[in-house]
Structures are given as C-alpha cells and as structure tokens.
Design a protein around this ligand. Structure first.
Ligand code: NAD
Length: 379
C-alpha cells in the first residue's frame, strides 16, 4: 500500500487504500500487508495504527514492490512504481481507463493484471465493492458543504423578531449517487430542493428525499443496460438547457453532477445562463476536473463567472479523507474477500466471474475489456 499523499498534478491525495480495520481483516486471512510510511497520515491514521494490527512498514515503496502480488492504490500508479512489479502482479485502483489509454497499454505491456474500480459492475452482488458509489455519496455531501461556505446566506428558513429569512433554493442536476446525497444533505439543512435527471426513473427517489423533480419532456432518453444515462441528441440538449434556465436563475445554489459513463460529461450551463443568477449565488460543478458541466468552471479552483461563484474543486471525497478512506478500504477488502482463496492465501483471478470480467482491464499482456478496446479504437 503506497503513500500517495504527495503533491501531484496540483493536488495532494489525502486518502489511503487501506484502513486499520481493513488491514486487520486482511492479516486475519493470512495476507502479508506492507504499508509505506505515512500512507495514512492525511486520512487520520498513524503508522502505529497499521503496525498494531499486523502490517509491516517500509520507508520506501521500492523496498517492497518487487515482492508485491497485489498493489492497492487510490489513484493510478506511476510508472516508477508499476515498472518494478513482477509480471502477473495485480494492481487495483481508480485507473480512469477511458481517458488513460497509454497508461493502460503500458500496464498491459508489462503483463500486469489491472483491476479498475470504476469498471466494477453496478450490480447488487458488487455493491459492497462499489468505490464509485462510496466516493460519490461523500462527494454529494461535500459539494453542499462547500457551496454553503461560499453562499452569503443560510439554507434554512429563520423566523425572528428581526425579520424572516426564506429557505434557500437549491437546484441539483443529475440525481445519481452523488446527486441524491446532495439532495438529502441540502434538505437536512432546510433548503428547498429541486432536481432533474434525464433518467425519469429517479423522480420517485428525488421525491422520497423531500425534493421536487423538475419535469422536462425530452422525449425518449433511456438508459444503458448497466443503468447509466445515454448521451442526449443536440436537440434534447438544447431543450434541457432552455427548460431549466428559469430554475437556475431562481436558485441560490446549483449543483451539477451529470456524468456519462466512459465519455466526457455534458455541458449543461452556459455563461449566459450563469449571468441570469443573482450575484453571490453559487454553482458547484462536480465534473469540472473531467471536462465540466458548467461553462467557465476551472478544474481545482473556485472562480467568479458573471458574479456567480463557480466551484470546480474536484476530488471531493478527499476533503472528508477519513470517511473516504474507511469506505474505499472496505470496498477493496470486500473485493479481496470475495475472491480470496484461503488454501493458497492468494487472490483467485477467476476471469469468468462477472465482476472480474467487468473490472479486470489488462491481463497476460492484453487489454481484456471490450468496452475499452472499442473506445480506444474510436479515439
Ligand atoms: P453517473 O455518475 O454516471 O451520473 C450521474 C447522474 O447524471 C445520473 O443519474 C445520470 O442519469 C445523470 N445525467 C446524465 N446526463 C444528464 C443530463 N444531461 N441532465 C441531467 N442528468 C444527467 O451516475 P451514478 O450515480 O454513478 O449512477 C449510475 C447508475 O448506476 C444509476 O442508474 C444508479 O442508480 C446505478 N447504480 C446502481 C448501483 C447498484 O445497483 N449496485 C449502485 C450505484 C449506482
């Protein structure tokens, strides 16, 4: 387990791929766990928390990599790291495979087996391993928190002798895992919440959280066989932007969480629409670091566009790094647990299993995932 808390690409990763609890469970199964020094510090865990439950520490990852069978990462490993692994070692992490073709090709060329957590199927059986969901839930909460700290007003209604404050209006675009948690969080803080998603099936979920679902008739929108949104036609995109303009203009906070699996996220809010909002209103663009739902948002930054604060911080879950680490570590432990062979004390790579067939993207010198191969060919 690497210490990934180094300044990289303008941000410091605070999360760690294991928690003391996940290490303890791995050690109990007979796994030898080696953790790089300070790997947990930024998520609230000291080295001693890991050694107390049976892990050993290394100062430098190089000391352990040649012996490693399974490398657990939060993000993509760097070449200096994976180039030291032996053939057939397994690398697990957020690989972002659709947008990291050269990395994936390089991992395949080195005969490493890569397990991309983004590709874990969204099935009932795989729910406990679903890192996209665990991190997206936290992101939904964090985005509301970040919005409130920039908004010059409060969210709940307040009736006092000095006057009555009306509840803030929050509009959430995209009601998947992150959007639903953002709705719940904003409701708990007393806001009036409106939400929209191109998948009409989520209207009921929005309403069960106390939100109102904005009805926009886009005709057939549908979803993929895995439950992801399909890309809209240009006409549908325009219709959506026109239909939600008034809702955006009337909101104190807008949070955009719209994603398209394996593609760049759709742009949903133009600068002209931002200009209709009251000065000081806040927009949070969850997708800022991967292309952006909002025109003018900047990855990793908080900027002002036409008088509106636009938050594009990204990597949201790491601002609650302890919970993010605990949940991610549980996801990885559950994955190991599901495929652990107690006799050989090794990860059993059953590529016929539907979970591994989905998330193993390189093996034995090949890129093994058809969706990725098609995406790379089309790129
Ligand atoms: P996601 O991150 O891919 O997208 C976020 C949301 O944005 C989705 O709800 C999507 O419909 C929506 N969206 C896309 N384009 C939009 C647009 N133009 N305007 C408004 N909204 C738009 O989604 P996710 O949160 O990862 O969830 C993906 C799917 O997987 C959902 O169907 C979800 O219910 C399902 N899921 C299933 C499980 C499970 O069964 N284990 C776990 C998690 C998620």
């Amino acid at each position: 387990i690497l210490n990934e808390g180094l300044e990289k690409l303008g941000h410091t990763e605070k999360r760690c791929a294991v928690s003391p609890s996940s290490v303890k469970r791995m050690v109990n199964r007979g796994v030898t766990v080696v953790v790089q020094k300070n790997a947990g510090v930024l998520s609230g865990y000291a080295d001693a928390d890991f050694t107390e439950v049976g892990a050993s520490l290394v100062e430098n990852a190089d000391d352990a990599l040649k012996e490693t069978d399974l490398l657990l990462c939060v993000n993509q490993p760097e070449e200096a790291v994976y180039s030291q692994l032996k053939a057939n070692a397994i690398v697990v992490g957020h690989i972002d495979p659709f947008f990291q073709q050269s990395l994936v090709e390089s991992l395949a060329a080195r005969k490493l087996t890569t397990l991309s957590v983004e590709m874990i199927p969204r099935s009932s059986r795989a729910q406990k391993m679903d890192a996209l969901s665990s991190q997206a839930s936290l992101a939904g909460y964090v985005m509301v928190m970040q919005a409130t700290t920039h908004l010059p007003s409060i969210l709940p209604m307040m009736m006092t002798p000095s006057g009555t404050i009306k509840p803030a209006k929050v509009y959430i675009i995209g009601a998947g895992v992150a959007g639903l948690q953002a709705i719940a969080t904003a409701k708990r803080l007393g806001a009036n919440v409106l939400a929209y998603d191109t998948r009409p099936v989520v209207a009921e979920q929005v309403e069960s959280l106390g939100g109102k679902f904005l009805k926009i008739d886009l005709g057939e929108t549908g979803q993929t066989k895995d439950g992801y949104a399909k890309e809209l036609t240009d006409e549908q995109k325009q219709k959506q932007q026109d239909a939600q303009r008034d809702a955006i203009a009337d909101s104190d906070i807008v949070i955009t969480t719209a994603q398209l699996f394996g593609r760049r996220p759709p742009q949903l809010i133009s600068k002209d629409t931002l200009a209709l909002m009251r000065p000081g209103s806040v927009v949070v663009d969850m997708a800022a670091t991967s292309g952006g739902n909002v025109e003018g948002s900047e990855p990793g930054k908080v900027v002002t566009v036409n008088g509106v604060t636009v938050i594009g911080t990204g990597n949201w879950s790491q601002s609650v790094a302890k919970d993010a680490t605990d949940m991610y570590a549980n996801n990885l432990y559950n994955l190991i647990d599901e495929f652990f062979d107690d006799e050989s004390k090794a990860f059993k790579l059953d590529l016929e299993d539907e979970i591994l067939a989905g998330c193993v993207i390189t093996h034995d010198g090949e890129i093994t995932n058809d969706m990725l191969k098609n995406a790379y060919q089309g790129a």
